[in-house]
Design a protein around this ligand. Structure first.
Ligand SMILES: [Zn+2]
Length: 167
């Protein structure tokens, strides 16, 4: 059975949304901040079962792709594209799956799940593969490498931009 109306109302409430609480933090329970743009926070997941797994999380608490205006939509997907290019540069996957879900945590985001040479291409996608948890220092190094690659990738578009988080 699907969520009750009350449960769904609670899940979609910006005031109690877990992503609104921690998507901007340098480090949180699930991921490390790579880049922030006017539209999004780009984060690398702690679970690196798929090496290079990142998320692009909309800054604003919007719960459905259908609710974005054309400008937000374009900016969001431009960030997703740039993140994919950065992942490709750093981790050289065979393919990146782009997943927009949100039936459990309905804050709009895209999961970028790289598929590598050792992965079975006929397996169903499962973002909970693993977990493979790397040392914090490795994730920080990954974030640095992705930030550098982001700058290259964003330069391929006229728009794009984004900057490293201020420290
Ligand atoms: Zn939210």
């Amino acid at each position: 059975m699907w969520w009750t109306a009350d449960e769904w109302a609670a899940l979609t409430d910006a005031g109690t949304c877990g992503m609104c609480t921690d998507a901007h933090l340098d480090v949180n329970e699930h991921s490390v901040l790579v880049v922030e743009t006017a539209t999004s926070f780009v984060r690398i997941a702690r679970n690196q079962a798929h090496r290079g797994y990142c998320l692009v999380i909309l800054r604003e608490h919007v719960t459905d792709l259908a609710d974005l205006d054309p400008e937000q939509l374009g900016s969001f997907w431009a960030d997703v594209q740039t993140a994919g290019r950065a992942i490709a540069e750093v981790f050289e996957p065979r393919r990146i799956d782009y997943l927009v879900m949100g039936h459990r945590m309905p804050h709009l985001r895209c999961h970028l799940l790289p598929q590598h040479a050792a992965d079975d291409p006929l397996r169903n996608v499962d973002i909970s593969d693993g977990p493979v948890l790397l040392p914090a220092s490795v994730l920080q190094d990954d974030a640095v490498a992705l930030r550098r690659a982001w700058a290259h990738a964003a330069g391929r578009n006229r728009r794009g931009g984004g900057s490293a988080p201020q420290r």
